[in-house]
Design a protein around this ligand. Sequence first.
Ligand SMILES: Cc1ncc(C[n+]2csc(CCOP(=O)(O)OP(=O)(O)O)c2C)c(N)n1
Ligand SMILES: [Mg+2]
Length: 321
Amino acid sequence: MKALVENFDIFAPRLVDKEEYFCAGHRACQGCGEALAIRQMCKALGKDTVIANATGCMEVISTLYPTTAWKLPWIHVAFPNAAAVGSGVEAGLTALRRKGKIADRYVKTVAIGGDGGTADIGLQALSGAMERGHDMLYVCFDNEAYMNTGIQRSSATPFGASTTTAPAGKASFGNKTWKKNLPEIMVGHNLAYVATACHSYPLDFIEKVKKARKIKGPTYIHCFSVCPTGWRAKSEECIKLGRLAVETGVFPLYEVEKGKYRMTIDPPEKLRPVEDYLKPQGRFRHLTPDQIKIIQDRVILEYKKLQNKIKCSKSWDELAK
Ligand SMILES: Cc1ncc(C[n+]2csc(CCOP(=O)(O)OP(=O)(O)O)c2C)c(N)n1
Ligand SMILES: [Mg+2]
């Protein structure tokens, strides 16, 4: 995988579907990581796919009446219920298959939402859909705040980030809570496949979506999506910031297949200091060295917890022997 990533220009034309299902001309900000991630996801899914999209940046920028950037069947749904609508779509497709109307085709149901639509208001619908066992892939595009409504904090906003509802200033250093570990909550639903991903590692993300697509049951991918506008960073640094999140251990890329954890992108032998990731972003610019140290310690602890799971976990198949 490392060689593939480093030689992306050589391998990409051969490995990635040339067809565009999420087209140019949408209104995303310059350097939007989320729009790039959606494009990559669609290439991995292919045409036999129905997407239920919770409101959020991706809905707002892609379907300004009377235009659409989507070349896949796509439903705009309310902020909390992408997973509930996905459940209905899947039940409908199952009925059509039973009646022989799509007997020769496997159409995948995919529900997508932002971090606000997934970790906060949509969590109940998501938990229900996963627990009921729908044949559905859910992808959370996590840009770490409610971006389309003006950079309000969500439960996925990191500690210390300045947002419009957790502003840094004389009385506060910004957001005081730690990021909710949504992939772990999904692992707790006993899903056959859970993964983290980032648009800065396109082949890794595409491979994970393809894997999830094949599984007949509920699966979940958490895609870290850089938002230069909300993070007050340079738009041309979108890809670099995604890589820095991985190289510092802030957002490791791993998958959990039938309970077994595996790192999919090997981090550098020694993690880079979190400062390398924090410094280029205006949302963290106010942090003092002491506050950066608190973040550094937490990143290392979370990373060790993950490494421990990678070392100790076994797949359900192995355990059942
Ligand atoms: C019930 C309800 N509450 C609030 C809103 C307003 N609203 C629409 S999208 C959104 C935030 C979306 O944040 P997120 O899911 O993280 O997506 P992003 O815009 O960051 O991609 C909010 C608060 C709404 N549409 N419905
Ligand atoms: Mg968001």
